[in-house]
Design a protein around this ligand. Structure first.
Ligand SMILES: *[C@@H]1O[C@H](CO)[C@@H](O)[C@H](O)[C@H]1NC(C)=O
Ligand SMILES: *[C@@H]1O[C@H](CO)[C@@H](O)[C@H](O)[C@H]1NC(C)=O
Ligand SMILES: *[C@@H]1O[C@H](CO)[C@@H](O)[C@H](O)[C@H]1NC(C)=O
Ligand SMILES: *[C@@H]1O[C@H](CO)[C@@H](O)[C@H](O)[C@H]1NC(C)=O
Ligand SMILES: *[C@@H]1O[C@H](CO)[C@@H](O)[C@H](O)[C@H]1NC(C)=O
Ligand SMILES: *[C@@H]1O[C@H](CO)[C@@H](O)[C@H](O)[C@H]1NC(C)=O
Length: 908
């Protein structure tokens, strides 16, 4: 049986426009002019985009100020309801998951509604009340790997404006040698006034600052303005409405994605930089030019059955590279675990070229098997690290690391998670660092996270996607180069209180230690700062006196800073650290840190996992209040969802009546993935007559090309609809050649040629090919020991003013083709891994949008359906699928134009 059905369907009847719901608030974050929309014909879109009945985004401004890595971002969006009746405006804003929302206000009809941060439990009661009375409430959802989304909606009176102002703050963390600020902008429509303005002030001096965006094009690039002087940088990006367009006559916007600012600062001083402002101090420590400290590392790798397939392959790839990056003075081994434990070496081995090579060959052969014994695996690693003795020649200081990679919960041996944590904590007893990597969906991330934090480490999620090997390597790179051990940061006890963490197990190359505290006095001199740590072959110790500086001396230009940032930085850092401690320690400690984190969140107005943002907003004509809430997710709550297992009923049962004589659509490619119980689909738009390569398998010598045809007559204002009208199929090895058009079928095998017309019914058994023709319906071609193709004829009423007959093309038993098969369809014959992490309301309430990770890309996709005519040739059946926009960009390798060939039997 075919494991995978791949269907290319030339959809004619599917493309029916569904009118927007009458209350259809087409608003801030929604697509209006989705040329390639899964079900919307261009005509209706034109009508829909008429400016008289919608809410229009008038301006969108992102203003970001960074002072000493502390970033304060304000996003202001103004929308206008152009309709002559009140409408609901939706507002979506994505912010980095590391940021805290600190303010949200709305201005409606001259009145300002200001958000208030409340304790989550209390806010929840209000929220539930609001929901129970049918009112909408804003919520925060995870969005992809790095962001989360805040959405609210509000009623806007006819011809009036609404302004949303969102503020969020975060401390930019140094990783792999730079700070990165990410601003996600998705206006989804052209905006009259669009701007991103960022000001960076770094007292240590800026060494470099790069700006880029995922949506940047050669036309947009010159619009990025950047001025960098010693300590300041100013970045702006203000494309005009014309410049935002995807093409001169288009209504689509180019602005859709992430805008990045990356920079680093000077690191001349060994002590780093201490800033004392307004009664708070902050100390940044990341000395330059330290030699790395050798590490003793055990890679503990899950090879249980759930790792089967791509995950184990990606793990092998990543391990090979990681092993290669070990330094000669490092010691290492690899421990594989499923129900039992397998060690590459029972003792640590020096990372010589020879040993690394041996380990790489070992890693190449790992395969998945058995259950998951996490407890024994980690304890084995700890034992190996505890029990080894180095050569005398290697008595340098070193650091011990256990790096655990798993994709599931413990299933054999000790399976009680708390007991595992306890066992591991006792065994490690502060002598080594544990890093945990959670791979994929089916695991308890919180368990790994707590276990890592109990042992001075941290956990990271590895998303199941084609770039998983790179994610693993990226994480390893962050911890691969310890520079200092047991770093102690000391400040005069009598001058400081409320100090953030000041002891660190390691300082890794490319990162930075940040300590902040509150001072007992505002005015102070002789603030003595000391840092002591263990370096590679000697103690590291520095100390220095600093004094509180006059605000105006440090910050000559007001425009570059925002108020009391040192205090807010201190509060942010304290809350982040408390939140990390709130699930480790004794119950009393936990209670204390939770209470303290909540208190600070409320005092400084941060939306953290303990608090919520509450906005009291007006509701329609009824002035009664309604509550909106923005929450914050913890990492555990960000659990990515696996594909789409159970689509809501309306996605499968939905059917709408089709105008039989009306054809409106383009080639719809459908990739059905029964294993994932899901399907992907995309359109390809090109001029009629274009020939695409659909399948190419050099191994078996098979080639399938298809040529498009257009309508008989084209309305000059409309998009040109195309369908497939001709196919060419060659199987070189079998000596078979077919040409199928809407009129005739020419079959050649071993020099003999047969010509058929669609009005025939025929059954031809050849040497290497069987052909079955059902009059005016289907042609089934079965190649010996290989794939089967079904071509469906869609007959259109002969006198139809615009449309003509066209063909559909289906592949069966495609698994019989070699893994090197490619082409627009062929590349999917052996499956495709994708992950849908986030679902949000789309333009059409029945067709939500989502974020898809596939082939290393992050795409916005739309849930919809296409038709499969295999079983019901007249009407077809609905196949719910994820629609990939823009000619399948991101899901197909390269771009659709890479598949254009010069002839029906040509490969180029
Ligand atoms: C509102 O506009 C619609 C068409 O856009 C029109 O039919 C209707 O009469 C208008 N109503 C008012 C009160 O102007
Ligand atoms: C939030 O912003 C509004 C104006 O936009 C301001 O009046 C209010 O003080 C701010 N609240 C906080 C806590 O900063
Ligand atoms: C900017 O980003 C684009 C797309 O991600 C990339 O191709 C390009 O190399 C980047 N440019 C710079 C200067 O980093
Ligand atoms: C754990 O470490 C502490 C000191 O940090 C030490 O006193 C204790 O003996 C250690 N326990 C074991 C079992 O090694
Ligand atoms: C918890 O907080 C109280 C009051 O602030 C303090 O007295 C107590 O020592 C704290 N307990 C722990 C375990 O930190
Ligand atoms: C698909 O590609 C064609 C030709 O390159 C282009 O004109 C069209 O705009 C593309 N469609 C989308 C939705 O990107």
């Amino acid at each position: 049986m075919p494991a995978v059905w791949t269907v290319l369907l030339l959809c004619a009847w599917v493309c029916v426009c569904v009118p927007a719901k009458s209350h259809g608030a087409l608003v801030i974050s929604r697509d209006h002019e989705q040329q390639d929309s899964i079900d919307s014909g261009p005509r209706l879109l034109k009508k829909r985009s008429a400016n008289d009945d919608k809410i229009e985004v008038v301006s969108m401004k992102v203003n970001c100020k960074v002072a000493s890595r502390f970033a304060h971002t304000i996003v202001t969006t103004v929308a206008l309801n152009k309709a002559n009746m009140s409408k609901e405006a939706f507002f979506d804003m994505e912010l980095p998951k590391t940021a805290f929302i600190t303010n949200f206000t709305m201005e409606i009809e001259g009145r300002v509604y200001v958000g208030e941060v409340k304790e989550k439990e209390k806010a929840k009661k209000q929220y539930e009340k609001a929901v129970s009375t049918g009112q909408t409430a804003g919520l925060v959802k995870a969005s992809g790997r790095k962001m989360e989304k805040f959405s609210v909606s509000v009623n806007v009176a006819a011809n009036s404006h609404v302004t949303f102002v969102l503020t969020y703050e975060e401390l930019l963390q140094r990783r792999l040698g730079n700070y990165e600020m990410m601003i996600r902008v998705k206006p989804k429509e052209l905006v009259q006034h669009f701007e991103i303005v960022a000001d960076v002030y770094e007292p240590q001096g800026i060494t470099f600052l790069d700006v880029n965006a995922t949506f940047i094009t050669n036309e947009l690039l010159p619009l990025v303005q950047k001025t960098v002087t010693d300590k300041k940088a100013h970045v702006s990006f203000c494309p005009t409405l014309e410049q935002q367009k995807t093409c001169p006559d288009c209504a689509n916007t180019l602005i859709d994605g992430d805008f990045f600012i990356k920079y680093d600062v000077n690191r001349a001083e060994r002590l780093g930089d201490v800033q004392i402002v307004n009664g708070y101090f902050v100390h940044f420590f990341a000395p330059a030019d330290l030699p790395r400290i050798p590490k003793d590392i055990v890679f503990v790798v899950d090879v249980s059955t759930s790792m089967r397939g791509t995950k184990i392959q990606q793990t092998r790839d990543a391990l090979e590279t990681i092993l290669n990056d070990l330094h000669e003075e490092d010691y290492f081994t690899v421990v594989l675990f499923d129900s039992s434990i397998e060690k590459w070496s029972t003792v640590l081995q020096k990372a010589t070229a020879e040993n690394v090579q041996k380990a790489q060959s070992f890693v190449k052969q790992i395969y998945s098997r058995g259950a998951t014994n996490i407890n024994e695996a980690v304890l084995t690693a700890v034992e190996i690290l505890n029990n080894y003795e180095k050569d005398d020649s290697d008595l340098k200081k070193s650091t011990s690391i256990v790096l655990l990679l798993t994709d599931g919960d413990p299933t054999v041996g000790e399976t009680n998670k708390q007991r595992i944590q306890e066992n591991v904590r006792k065994a490690i007893n502060g002598t080594m660092t544990l890093f945990c990597l959670g791979f994929g969906y089916d695991l308890d991330y919180g368990f790994l996270d707590v276990m890592a934090r109990q042992n001075d480490g941290l956990a990271r999620r590895i998303y199941e996607a084609s770039d998983a090997a790179l994610q693993l390597q990226g994480f390893y790179d962050e911890v691969a180069n310890p520079l200092l051990l047991d770093v102690n940061m000391r400040y005069p006890e009598n001058m400081v209180n409320s100090l953030t963490d000041s002891h660190f197990k390691q300082l890794f190359g490319g990162s930075e230690i940040v300590v902040a505290g509150r001072l007992n006095e505002i005015e102070l001199d002789n603030f003595l700062v000391e840092v002591s740590a263990q370096g590679v072959d000697q103690e590291f110790a520095v100390q220095s006196q600093t004094s509180a500086l006059d605000w105006d001396t440090i910050y000559p230009d007001e425009e570059y800073i925002f108020g009391d940032f040192t205090e807010r930085l201190w509060a942010y850092l304290t809350i982040q650290q408390l939140l990390k401690k709130k699930d480790i320690g004794t119950p009393e400690e936990r209670e204390n840190v939770t209470a303290e984190a909540l208190d600070l969140s409320l005092r400084y107005s941060f939306v953290t996992p303990l608090t919520s943002m509450v906005v009291t907003k007006p509701q329609g004509d009824d002035p009664k209040d309604d509550t909106l809430i923005a929450d914050k997710l913890t990492e555990e709550q960000r659990k990515p969802s696996r594909g789409y297992s159970a689509p809501p009923p309306q996605w499968t049962s939905h059917s709408y009546s089709r105008p039989t004589y009306f054809v409106d659509g383009d080639p719809h490619f459908i990739i059905e993935l029964p294993k994932q119980n899901d399907a992907l689909c995309f359109n390809v738009d090109e001029a009629p007559g274009t020939i695409f390569n659909l399948v190419k398998d050099p191994k078996s010598g098979i080639l399938v090309n298809g040529q498009t045809i257009g309508d008989k007559k084209v309305d000059p204002d409309s998009k040109v609809n195309t369908y497939f009208g001709r196919f060419g199929i060659i199987h070189e090895k079998l000596g078979v050649k077919l040409m199928v058009s809407t009129k005739e079928i020419i079959i050649s095998e071993s020099g003999k040629e047969i010509k058929l017309v669609w009005s025939d019914t025929a059954s031809i058994k050849g040497l290497n090919m069987d052909v079955q023709l059902t009059k005016d319906q289907t042609l089934t071609v079965t190649l010996r020991n290989s794939v089967k193709f079904v071509i469906i004829l869609h007959k259109v009423w002969e006198k139809h003013p615009y449309h003509q007959d066209f063909l559909g093309f289906y592949t069966l038993d495609s698994h019989l083709l070699s893994p090197s098969v490619h082409g627009l369809l062929g590349q999917f014959y052996h499956g495709v891994k994708f992950e849908v992490s986030d679902l949000y309301e789309g333009q059409d309430p029945d067709k939500p949008d989502a974020t898809m990770f596939v082939k290393g890309h992050e795409l916005r996709v739309t849930r919809g359906w296409q038709r499969d005519f295999r079983h019901d040739i007249k009407n077809g059946e609905n196949v719910p699928c994820w629609f990939i926009h823009h000619n399948g960009t991101g899901i197909i390798d390269g771009t659709h134009s890479d598949y254009i060939v010069s002839g029906l039997f040509k490969t180029i």
